[in-house]
Structure formats: C-alpha cells, structure tokens
Design a protein around this ligand. Structure first.
Ligand SMILES: [Zn+2]
Length: 153
C-alpha cells in the first residue's frame, strides 16, 4: 500500500523532532549561556527553518501573484537546488558545530534530512541533493510520498 503524508504532516514531523531536540538542549545546558543559545538557534534553524530554501523564484512569483493553490502544493521547480539540503551545507554545519563545540544543531540537520530522504518525491524533483542521495537506501515500508500525483509527473 502506498503510504501518504501531507505537506502539513511532514512539516509537523520537522517541528516535533526539532522541539524534542530543543527541549533536550534546554534541559542539558543550564543555566542558559551564549553558547547554548547559539546551539538552540542552530537546532531550530537546521531542524525547521532550513526549508526556506524550498522557496524558489517561481514560488516568489506565485506569492506576489497570490496563486494560493500552487503555493499550498509547495510545487517544487525542476532544476532548482535546495543548497541547504546539500553536501556543502552538511560540511558547513559540521564546521559550525565544531566551532560552538555542540553537536545538537548537526543532529537536528541530520534528522531533518533523514525525514526528507524518505520522501518519494525526491525521485521526481531531485531538488534536495542529500535527500535524493540517501533515498534509495530506505526500505520500502519507511518511504512515503505526498500523493500519487507527485509520482506521475
Ligand atoms: Zn527539508
């Protein structure tokens, strides 16, 4: 059976994973210092806000023209690269984590990419290099797609 997940459920997955990590960070690093604040910001950014790079120029055009139906689909644009979902970003985040000597932001990023990687839409759009690379290694029962219409394209 085809496993479905809506964009909203997928986003909620990112939010819940990130919230869990942020919670751990708040408990482990008391009292709150500059270092733990930067780490917390990293967790939130790499866990959820990372997806700002799904916003392509086409979607900005849609936003300006208020084409709501297409925006809600989050319709990825062929040939677009989500640089925050690439090896270069991974490398940058490893450096960031080393610099602040805290690996929770890196873990947050890895969890984000792992969730994205199970999405079958990666095989169609190929906009997120890391997620697309790891997708074939997922067992079938772990994979999901946003809908059959995504795979027909
Ligand atoms: Zn993502």
């Amino acid at each position: 059976m085809e496993r479905r997940m809506t964009g909203k459920q997928h986003a909620l997955g990112h939010v819940l994973l990130t919230a869990a990590l942020a919670f751990v960070s708040l408990i482990v690093y008391q009292p709150i210092s500059w270092q733990s604040f930067i780490s917390l910001s990293g967790i939130v950014f790499f866990g959820v806000l990372l997806d700002i790079d799904h916003i392509s120029f086409q979607q900005i055009v849609d936003l300006v023209k208020m084409k709501k139906d297409r925006l809600l689909l989050g319709a990825p644009v062929m040939g677009w690269t989500n640089w925050l979902h690439s090896w270069q970003a991974l490398l940058a985040i490893v450096c960031f984590s080393l610099l602040i000597m805290n690996f929770l932001p890196l873990l947050s990023f890895v969890l984000h990419i792992l969730l994205d990687g199970a999405n079958k839409c990666n095989l169609v759009y190929r906009t997120s290099p890391l997620a697309t690379t790891i997708h074939p290694f997922y067992p079938e029962w772990l994979k999901y797609s946003f809908g059959p219409e995504d795979l027909e394209k």
